[in-house]
Design a binder for this molecule. Sequence first.
Ligand code: FES
Length: 289
Amino acid sequence: MSILERLTDRIEGASGLDALTAPAAAFWGRVLSPSWLTTLASGTKLRHPAHPAAATFTAGSLLSASVLDAAGDRRMRPASELLITAGVVGALPTVVAGWSDWLYTEQAEKRVGLVHAATNATGLTAYGLSLLQRRRGGDGRTAGFVGAAVLAVGGWLGGHLAYAQGVRVDTNAFEAGPTDWTDVAATGDVTVALTQVEVDGVPLLLTRVAGTTVALADRCGHRGAPLSDGEREGDCVVCPWHGARYDLASGDVLTGPAVRPQPAYEVREAGGRVEVRRLEQRALRINPA
Ligand code: FES
């Protein structure tokens, strides 16, 4: 096991961090309470989490500055300074989007997320110091190199959150719904109520929109809540856990923090029965168990 793996293990089990997560959650919960801000910070309009994209710009700018600094050519100093400035400015949306994602994490995820944020804040501060030194005629490279090293650790923790803990991964990414027409209910049983049915081990949400039967994946793509337990508002469903709003007919996300549309199934009705199938096919979904 590598040092960094041991580090992430220890952070995941560090229950002492929970004393810090509560006030941080209370603060960012207040800051991000307007639903439009949650939608913006989550990346709902992009159909992709905003934080990784913003972080790529920020970290890419800062680390590129350090690469230029490492080259040791003084003619590159203005370019290096410009890159640090871009990285520091880009940090603002990156930080807000990151805390927005963090609000919807749990337990070990929250601990790793907190240390990820603290580490990156330290790296960013080092780059800020580097920029200040440069503006005052100093060298500033050492502070930048320290920032690069610290950001590398922060980046590792961010990767652990996404790839090991599955934070911000669409919870329907590996859902294997039926790709052949499959009987799921009697036509008369489908009303405007939000009804959960299970097919091939996959929970589906059945309801009627303007008289037409629709079927969506029932597991909210954000963190996995059963949408059939949510509230219906007109032709939308509101997730019972974090309030994302989905269009029932299309599965599109109207309000964050969810970002990916819910998988929508084709529906046909014949002989008093409702059948569904999923057109979209991805290798992992159609791979037999
Ligand atoms: S589980 Fe978070 S919005 Fe649905």
